[in-house]
Design a protein around this ligand. Structure first.
Ligand code: FAD
Length: 366
């Protein structure tokens, strides 16, 4: 055999596995169907600015081991995500906190804010059988209508009254003046971009770009006894049981001849009329950025069929059942290991991806 492992996909999962396997003297071939490595965390420089080509990626974790691990490969800055919500031109702080409540109601104390939310929650009666009722019962009518409804409807392409309540089990409400979006103790952005991390992780492996494993499965399978597959599971089986559903995002990039367009890295557009959900201004991820121009990306939620890029699994009952049937098929495939967000048909943040890859390394390689 030419290799110990054929790794399908050069995203974070495949790259961490390749690095660890290399440390244990295993020979790895990494196949990547795109024309660059890194999967969705890929960043590229334009006008001296790191562009997050597949959406804003903010590293945050409570897992100390993962934080130490990733810091071997990059210097992280002290970026804290403090997104701003824009509802028909009026701005609100995120996540929902005392700044938001002051902007919305003019209240200045936690007790006043709690009293309003408590009163507004009570209007929901009967069974909570859709997302609208679920959201109002968690945060009250005003926050729901201003900051949740339009955004969620654009994201899923359906009315909140027609969406299942399970999509939002909780909506964090904070009764302090604290705009930090995440609760994790560790947060930041790699100063040289995520691609620099991926390059280090893949340095010891053979990497083939523009190579789709599913286009020549037999050939690639004959190159190693073990295949780590991080692509979509329905594609591995040529969709023989049907297609798994995904939501996707279309990114529209624009360059502006100014240094600062919106004053923040992430602005959420929470009204229904604005067709995009977020505008990312990439330079704000790194205070050290020096550039006379700025780049933004508008994010339009779209159907998977529009982009062919699978971003968010639609984990409803029908899709989860279909996935389970594919999983059962995969068990019959000798030497096949599944890993990463696509093969597992689940959304994972980067820290969870690294954690899962390290767990697999321990299981596979000790
Ligand atoms: C819009 C968006 C925003 C996000 N923001 C954050 C964030 O702020 N913070 C955070 O922690 N996480 C965020 N994430 C999650 C993060 O992107 C994932 O944790 C990470 O990318 C998962 O890595 P992966 O290797 O599992 O998958 P991927 O990055 O998808 O990598 C899989 C790779 O496999 C390749 N591939 C698939 N099929 C084949 C095939 N047949 N042959 C060859 N190659 C193949 C793909 O081209 C891809 O490069 C975000 C995700 C999205 C979609």
């Amino acid at each position: 055999m030419m290799y110990d492992y054929v790794i399908v996909g050069s995203g974070l999962f495949g790259a961490v596995f390749a690095y660890e396997a290399g440390l244990r003297k295993k020979r790895c071939l990494v196949l990547e169907k795109r024309d660059h490595a890194g999967g969705n965390i890929y960043t590229e420089k334009r006008d001296g600015i790191d562009i997050h080509r597949y959406g804003a990626h903010i590293f945050h974790t409570s897992d100390e081991e993962v934080w130490k691990y990733v810091n071997q490969f990059a210097r992280f800055n002290s970026f804290i995500n403090t997104p701003v919500a824009n509802f028909n031109g009026k701005l609100y702080s995120m996540p929902f906190n005392m700044n938001t409540f002051y902007q919305m109601w003019g209240v200045t104390t936690p007790a006043e804010a709690k009293a309003i939310i408590e009163k507004q929650r009570r209007c929901v009666t009967g069974e909570i059988d859709n997302l609208e009722k679920q959201a109002i019962s968690l945060v009250g009518e005003d926050i729901y209508r201003t900051l949740v409804k339009g955004y969620t409807e654009k994201q899923w392409g359906r009315d909140c009254a027609d969406l299942p309540p399970e999509i939002i089990r909780r909506l964090p409400v904070r009764f302090t003046f604290d705009n930090n979006y995440f609760n994790d103790p560790y947060q930041g952005i790699p100063e040289d971009g995520y691609t620099a991390i991926i390059d280090k992780l893949l340095a010891g492996a053979d990497v083939r770009l523009g190579a789709d494993f599913n286009a020549d499965r037999e050939k690639y399978r004959s190159m190693a006894d073990r295949v780590l597959y991080t692509g979509a599971l329905d594609a591995y089986f040529d969709f023989r049981l049907g297609h798994l559903s995904y939501r996707s995002v279309r990114f529209e990039d624009e360059r502006f001849e100014c240094e600062n367009l919106q004053g923040v890295a992430v602005m959420n557009y929470t009204d229904r009329e604005t067709p995009y959900t977020r505008v990312i201004e990439h330079r704000h991820f790194n205070r050290k950025t020096v550039s006379p121009v700025t780049w933004i990306s508008r994010e339009y939620p779209v159907d998977y069929s529009e982009t062919g890029e699978a971003y968010y699994p639609v984990n409803d009952r029908a899709n989860n059942e279909l996935y389970a049937r594919y999983r059962a098929l995969a068990e019959g495939e000798k030497g096949l290991i599944l890993g990463g967000r696509l093969a597992q048909y689940a959304y994972f943040d980067m820290d969870k991806t690294i954690r899962a890859a390290l767990d697999l390394v321990r299981q596979e390689l000790g």
